[in-house]
Design a protein around this ligand. Structure first.
Ligand SMILES: [Ca+2]
Length: 303
């Protein structure tokens, strides 16, 4: 029998190891069945189960690069959810939507009528990926918020997904940041710690964060999963492409903006912070803006 002291010690050790993450999943309509920790869906997308828990969203006031709308406060994630371990790829997007809008692809045209900010060199995105056999595993970009939502709806409607009871959607902003932080035991700027170098993520490595050494800058998206995952098994939460979230972004009132998170291949390290949040109008198309899918499980079969 555990003494009171020993019991407390066990509790304390558990708290120190994973203070903000519940280890037992509450009933979520699955009649007490433990949901699988990983899902491989019918288009080859891999998702992991993110457990419920509490965390501090936002950043402390002395964090370098902080913006005033990163007010720090506790958030409770009450229900487990699944999140794609990767950003949605060009291949997956094309399979579901029937076209590939990506700037960093062989066609590099995105779509007719889209005029890019000419950050690029002659040849644009096509030249940036000319040495690759395929860009199918690069993150999709140049996708509007509406198209990201439509992708989730169409994916949910695929027969194999419907029969499995899987309904996809964009993650909320609070879910996204919770997932990004990966259940870290104490506050840190990135899931890696308090610095970020070009060896750890695809961003403008010439402008690292937190005293990290200057590193490479690829100047394009890269194959998803090139860098180390966080403790939840999620890749590219810092950099590669910004990721649309479901939420509206209040700015001088509700002007219809949506939230994007995580920084991109073109951004300095401070934009890749876990707390970094920027807005875009939902119809916006950028060569550094994509998304990842979340899903909620529905009960299947007889109740
Ligand atoms: Ca990303």
């Amino acid at each position: 029998m555990l003494t009171r002291t020993a019991f407390s010690l066990v509790g304390l050790l558990g708290y120190l190891a994973v203070p903000s993450v519940a280890l037992v999943f509450p009933s979520d309509g699955s009649k007490g069945r433990r949901p699988p920790s990983k899902i491989d869906n019918s288009i080859g997308m891999k998702l992991v189960l993110i457990p419920p828990g509490k965390y501090l969203i936002g950043s402390p006031q002395d964090e370098k690069g902080r913006r005033k709308d990163e007010e720090q406060h506790e958030v409770q994630i009450t229900r487990a959810f699944y999140l794609g371990i990767h950003e949605v790829t060009q291949r997956q997007f094309k399979e579901v939507m029937g076209f590939n809008p990506s700037y960093f692809s062989a066609q590099a045209s995105g779509r007719q009528g889209v005029v890019y900010e000419d950050w690029s060199k002659p040849g644009g995105g096509r030249d940036k990926v000319k040495d690759l056999d395929s860009t199918g595993d690069l993150s999709v970009e140049n996708v509007s918020w509406y198209e990201a939502v439509e992708f989730c709806e169409r994916l949910s409607a695929l027969p194999a997904e419907r029969s499995a009871g899987r309904a996809y959607r964009l993650p909320s902003e609070t879910e996204w940041e919770y997932a990004c932080r990966g259940g870290a035991a104490s506050y840190q700027v990135f899931h890696y710690g308090n610095s970020l170098s070009g060896q750890q993520a695809n961003f403008r490595g010439t402008m690292p964060y937190g005293g990290a050494a200057k590193g490479p800058w690829l100047e394009r998206t890269c194959k998803v999963g090139t860098y180390k995952p966080n403790a939840f098994g999620l890749f590219d939460m810092h950099g590669n492409v910004w990721e649309w979230c479901s939420d509206r972004f209040e700015y001088e009132g509700d002007r219809g903006f949506r939230v994007r998170r995580g920084g991109s291949w073109g951004d300095s390290g401070d934009h890749c912070r876990s707390a970094s949040r920027l807005r875009r109008v939902p119809g916006d198309l950028r060569w550094n803006l994509g998304f990842r899918a979340a899903l909620v499980t529905r009960p299947v079969g007889p109740e």
